[in-house]
Ligand binder design. Structure first.
Ligand code: FES
Ligand code: FE2
Length: 357
């Protein structure tokens, strides 16, 4: 056994939350026209909503006048958000469009007042929010949110749980290949540890476990001849792309797992599945097993808190913890690139990992 790194080493140098990246913030279907909701993202209060013209928006949920949450106000017919305290109105780009108390002759231009606006996108049934390093609301994103790689991707199944842990432990817990027999094993879902050998390659901001025949029992529910590829990209986006032939028909099933930091001690973990309409027979399995398996992971990181309270040194070992080491390296490289303004260089190189699980 070689111990490659202590997880805590240099942790201070890397901020807990990465900036200049997209976070999955909500399900698009949760927002009818005129609806809005307060969320905390990366420790910041954000009101997410949908204007009357159907566009989604995300604003800092603090009225610049006297600090009242805008989420307690109303979405107006002219596509603004009205603060409940003095009725100031803000457009989706954060610019103030009305201050009702002003009277003729009072020389004040509301448009000079802004609340921070976060770039927001509705895509694949999800709302993505860009958390820029620079908090000027005029910032335009340097990238677009990750796309689900199937046409007309429709959300078929979702499970979202709040993990009482920081984003790093949530991400590492989900990418950790060695925990399955212990955390997810059950008398009716027996996973006996076997030797695994998987090939990995770098991606623009992460890495991929290249396409292979899956060995997990979960795939048995698909039957047929399927293969899978699992990608991880910063800040915390995991795609599982399952493709093949089932019952003589071509399938493309995509599982997306996102970890979105609420604050330093809380992370929202969401699993979303996309599959072709004719495969809706999968839904009962997911409804039954999905919440159980995600709860397994949640309970383990919450148990981990009991140890982490005492700030112990931790270990990362070969090869089963290599994805976790890669996560730390990617995160550091990204944070350095954002801080220095230099281009991000992916520190991962192609490699085959072997472990027993
Ligand atoms: S506090 Fe929002 S308008 Fe006064
Ligand atoms: Fe797990």
């Amino acid at each position: 056994m070689s111990i490659e790194a202590n997880v805590n080493q240099g942790a201070d140098a890397v901020p807990m939350f990465l900036r200049d990246v997209w976070y999955m913030a909500a399900l698009a279907s949760d927002f009818a026209r005129g609806a809005m909701r307060r969320v905390i993202l990366l420790g910041e209060p954000v009101v997410i909503g949908r204007m009357r013209d159907d566009r989604v928006f995300a604003l800092r949920d603090i009225c610049p006048h006297r600090g009242v949450p805008l989420s307690a106000g109303r979405v107006m017919t002219e596509n603004t958000v009205e603060c409940p305290y003095h009725g100031w109105r803000f457009r989706g780009d954060g610019v103030c469009s009305a201050i009702p108390s002003l009277v003729d002759g009072q020389d004040m231009d509301p448009a000079r007042i802004r609340v921070r606006a976060y770039p927001a996108r509705e895509q694949d049934g999800l709302i993505w929010i860009y958390m820029a390093a620079n908090d000027r609301s005029s910032d335009t994103p340097k990238s677009e949110p990750p796309k689900v790689g199937v046409p007309n991707a429709k959300v078929r199944w979702v499970e979202s749980q709040t993990f009482r842990c920081n984003i790093d432990h949530a991400v590492i817990g989900l990418m950790d290949p060695a925990h399955a027999p212990y955390v997810h094993g059950r008398w009716w879902w027996k996973v006996s540890p076997r030797l695994k050998e998987k090939h990995y390659a770098p991606l623009p901001t992460g890495f991929v476990m290249t396409r292979h025949q899956p060995s997990k029992p979960a795939y048995k529910m698909f039957g047929g001849d399927v293969s899978t590829e699992i990608t991880f990209e910063l800040p915390s986006i995991r795609f599982e792309n399952i493709a093949g032939t089932v019952m003589g028909r071509r399938i493309d099933v995509v599982g997306l797992t996102t970890c979105t930091p609420i604050d330093a001690e809380t992370t929202q973990v969401t699993q979303i599945f996309y599959w072709p309409g004719w495969m809706s027979f999968l839904k009962p399995f997911f409804m039954l097993l999905g919440p159980i398996f995600l709860s397994d992971d949640r309970k383990m990181v919450e148990l981990q808190r009991e140890g982490l309270k005492f700030n112990p040194n931790l270990m990362l070992i070969q090869d089963s913890d290599v994805p976790a080491m890669w996560y730390h390296r990617l995160k550091k490289a990204w944070a350095d690139a954002v801080a220095s303004g230099k281009p991000f260089v992916n520190p991962i190189t192609e490699r085959t990992l072997r472990w027993r699980s």
